[in-house]
Design a protein around this ligand. Structure first.
Ligand SMILES: [Ca+2]
Ligand SMILES: [Ca+2]
Length: 450
């Protein structure tokens, strides 16, 4: 006979529980069976005091009587963990070149490098960065960028690593790797200038494990980073080139120009002119000289009152009141080879600027001396609006020029109106000369005497 009673069940069900941490110990009071007479069994997949891992765990109670009636109930234990892993992320950027040289890797991220056959990339090996977590060892994976032992081409590569803990928290670590080309070895003295017989050394940067290939006027040369020229002469001047070979990869070619110091050659400067009591400013006595622009020194050899030395062959001169010619000397040398020098002469003629003087005689007999009329001030300044008129002793105009010129083919040679062959007779002639239209005019006599 079956006894009908209240349905069997479970009362005072445990509530869901939540914890924060890597794991949690949870306790609860088991549910109470109701409406059931013994014997019965109450079973559960967890017991109070059990340790629960991260995540949601369902605790299930099953009540069963001897007639195999069962009732189940459950609740959840949730363990939450929010602390992400921490990376020991290498310092970026990491720099390597195509010879496999590690130029910058502060955290020693790279394990090994190797060249490639084409020298346009580099083979790099590395270990994943280390990550730690508050709960357990996180799992590190590479999300982006070339893998270890792959070829890294020229350029910048971004390696991205992810660490993930048991709770699914993640942290990223980015590593920038720059693959650089080989640079020229840069001879440290790009241009060498030295003297005949000097010992000259051209130096290229020292690169560990490199061999150097030099070329030049007297090739072949030893494969050192230094090239020695024991005694320089003209035949050994010229372009020297060098490249370095590192792990089978070559640097670009670089070059140095080797020159020899030369003897400067001066040309005299005799034609400077200045008005009396005036300044001839900033004249350069080197303009007509032959020398090397980056290898010279110039010094004043003889002082002169009124002369100002501005350096580099540039002078100014304050002339005095006298109509006279001043001279001084300068010495031009090779800076590299100070024994190679030449001396230059400079002359400056000071003349009164006003046109107060006209010669009083000309001798146009064709002997080349004093054959025509020279008005000295026109040599100093052209006075383009000057005017010269010449009269004979009867007041008749025999010549006029506006402007008058001292040029031999234009100047007055004692002819009527300047016409060749129409010689005027030997006699004194009267002239009026105006340097400018406003000039009151310089008047006097000039005699023709053949
Ligand atoms: Ca964690
Ligand atoms: Ca000169």
């Amino acid at each position: 006979m079956e006894v009908i009673g209240p349905a069997i069940g479970l009362a005072t069900l445990p509530a869901d529980q939540s914890f924060v941490g890597c794991e949690a110990v949870a306790t609860w009071n088991p549910p109470t069976p109701t409406g059931i007479c013994g014997p019965f069994t109450l079973t559960s997949n967890y017991e109070p005091g059990d340790t629960f891992d991260i995540g949601v765990t369902e605790v299930i109670y099953t009540l069963e009587d001897t007639l195999n009636h069962t009732v189940t109930t459950s609740f959840t234990i949730t363990v939450t963990e929010l602390v992400p892993p921490q990376f020991d992320c290498p310092v970026s950027p990491i720099k390597v070149n195509t010879s496999g040289a590690v130029l910058q890797d502060i955290s020693a991220f790279l394990m090994a490098t190797d060249t490639t056959s084409t020298c346009d990339g580099v083979d790099l090996q590395f270990l994943y960065p280390i990550a730690t977590d508050n709960c357990s060892d996180p799992i590190v994976t590479q999300m982006d960028g070339p893998l270890s032992a792959e070829v890294f081409n020229l350029g910048t590569h971004n390696l991205v690593f992810q660490a993930q803990d048991d709770a699914g928290n993640t942290t990223l670590c980015s590593v920038e790797v720059q693959v650089l080309p080989l640079l020229p070895v840069n001879p440290q003295v790009s241009d060498v200038i030295a003297c005949d017989g000097d010992e000259v050394t051209i130096s290229a940067n020292v690169i560990s494990g490199a061999t150097y290939t030099w070329d030049g006027p007297d090739a072949p040369y030893p494969d050192n980073n230094n090239l020695l020229i024991p005694s320089l002469n003209e035949d050994l001047t010229g372009i020297y080139t060098v490249y370095a070979t590192i792990n089978g990869c070559k640097t670009p070619l670089d070059s140095a120009l080797v020159r020899i110091g030369h003897l400067p050659v001066t040309a005299d400067d005799l034609d400077y002119e200045v008005g009396t009591n005036e300044t001839l400013a900033n004249f350069n006595v080197l303009l007509n000289d032959t020398y090397e622009l980056d290898d010279y020194t110039v010094t004043l050899s003889s002082p002169l009152d009124g002369l100002i030395d501005h350096g580099n062959g540039i002078f100014s001169f304050n002339a005095g009141p006298k109509n006279t010619t001043y001279s001084f000397f300068y010495t031009l040398c090779s800076k590299t080879c100070p024994d190679l020098c030449d001396i230059g002469t400079v002359s400056i003629t000071a003349r009164e600027r006003i046109c107060a003087f006209i010669p009083n005689i000309i001798t146009p007999n064709g002997d080349g001396v004093n054959d025509f009329l020279i008005i000295p001030c026109l040599d100093m300044e052209p006075y383009p609006d000057n005017q010269l008129i010449i009269f004979n002793q009867w007041g008749q105009k025999v010549y006029e020029a506006a402007p008058y010129s001292n040029e031999p083919d234009k100047a007055w040679r004692g002819t009527l109106n300047g016409i060749s062959g129409k010689d005027l007779p030997d006699a004194p002639y009267y002239y009026i000369f105006k340097a400018t239209p406003e000039d009151s005019g310089l008047k006097g006599f000039v005699e023709i005497f053949r």
